[in-house]
Design a protein. Structure first.
Length: 350
């Protein structure tokens, strides 16, 4: 069970994101952190700035139908949420310890890997699970179960602010994973894996939410334990793994960030955890049940698998100077590890 760009110059393009029209159920959250940034694009915004080259054709993403990732280092508590920071040339990821205190909340540290072999602590007591980058790549957007919020950590000084505090005044369960559009719209999942013994204010629902212009709106509250979340490169499709349903769903995304009805993208993958996308639109999803990363075409056809660790593969992110290295977090509690494998197509940094 889950325990859960090279930066483009955006001067003159970064504007506060105007609140998009929301359904009647939408509710405001405090605007302590405005992580939005408009980027002038002809098409619906998707990929983080600089993540995917334009005008490039791609072939098969995997060098073989079954490949094995190489272990970089193990011995961590429980790894999640990798994200590549291109400006610094390093990878950040969450390391979650066992629950403590009267509410049994899991402490979490954000660790840093600087290739080829340096590991250090980037931020202690981060309370984080899934991580992503703000549209201008200056802030780390984190699903923070310690405060049952979505937070932003400024990379320059680690200062913390709030992206989403609650929904209609009710505390989230335990935000788990996040995806950010190039215009700053944030999508996140809210299962109850890290809620611990704290009260349920969501009436048993586990949901997907959107944050646009400081406003929190509901995407879907009918999924059983939504977990990983990812966007297609053109920003028109949102993918969500429903951990307790063994399915990956997709939603059509409108230019304003709102979503349409869901449909099934993959009918079965065991315990779908974190996912990412490459620049060709291929989907990579970690399975908590079989310890594989399953790779699918945009049409949902399985292209192959990536193996790493003996159990508990949790999440994936592209990185490296050309963003063709896939980093994988995988392994049992107290021996969780970071793995990597070279692929043929670049992809998302988270």
């Amino acid at each position: 069970m889950t325990w859960r760009p090279t930066t483009a110059t955006l001067a003159g393009l970064c504007l506060a994101l105007s609140a998009a029209p929301l359904p009647a159920a939408a509710a405001a959250s405090p605007r302590a952190a405005d992580v939005s940034a408009h980027v002038a694009l002809a098409n619906p915004p998707g990929t983080p700035p600089g993540a995917c080259p334009t005008g490039t054709g791609y072939g098969q993403p995997l060098p073989a139908s079954s490949v094995t990732a190489t272990k970089i280092q193990g011995g961590f508590s429980f790894l999640e949420g990798p994200v590549w920071i291109a400006d610094g040339g390093y990878l950040l990821f969450s390391d979650m310890a066992a629950g403590t205190g009267p509410y049994n909340v899991q402490p979490s540290t954000i660790r840093r890997f600087t290739p080829p072999a340096t590991f250090d602590t980037f931020l202690a007591n981060a309370g984080s699970n899934g991580l992503a980058l703000s549209a201008d790549a200056q802030q780390l957007i984190a699903a923070t179960h310690d405060q049952r919020t979505v937070s932003a950590y400024r990379l320059s000084d680690r200062a913390r602010s709030t992206v989403a505090a609650n929904y209609q005044g009710r505390a989230f369960n335990s935000p788990n994973d996040v995806a950010v559009r190039s215009d700053g719209v944030v999508y996140f999942t809210d299962p109850n894996f890290q809620r611990g013994n704290r009260p349920d204010q969501m009436s048993g629902r586990t949901s997907v939410f959107r944050v646009s212009g400081g406003q929190v709106s509901l995407v879907d509250d009918r999924l059983r334990q939504p977990n990983g979340i990812a966007l297609s490169p053109d920003g028109t499709t949102l993918y969500v793994g429903a951990y307790s349903e063994n399915k990956i769903y997709k939603y059509a995304v409108q230019p304003d960030g709102s979503t349409g009805a869901r449909s099934v993208f993959v009918n079965y993958v065991g315990g779908p955890d974190g996912g990412t996308i490459d620049c060709a639109g291929n989907v990579y999803w970690a399975s908590g049940s079989d310890s594989l990363v399953h790779v699918y075409s945009p049409a949902g056809t399985q292209l192959g698998t990536i193996r790493s660790g003996s159990t508990g593969t949790t999440n994936v992110a592209f990185g490296g100077s050309d963003r063709q290295t896939l980093f994988v977090t995988s392994g049992p509690r107290n021996d969780s590890g970071l793995y990597s494998v070279r692929l043929n197509v670049p992809g998302y940094p988270y």
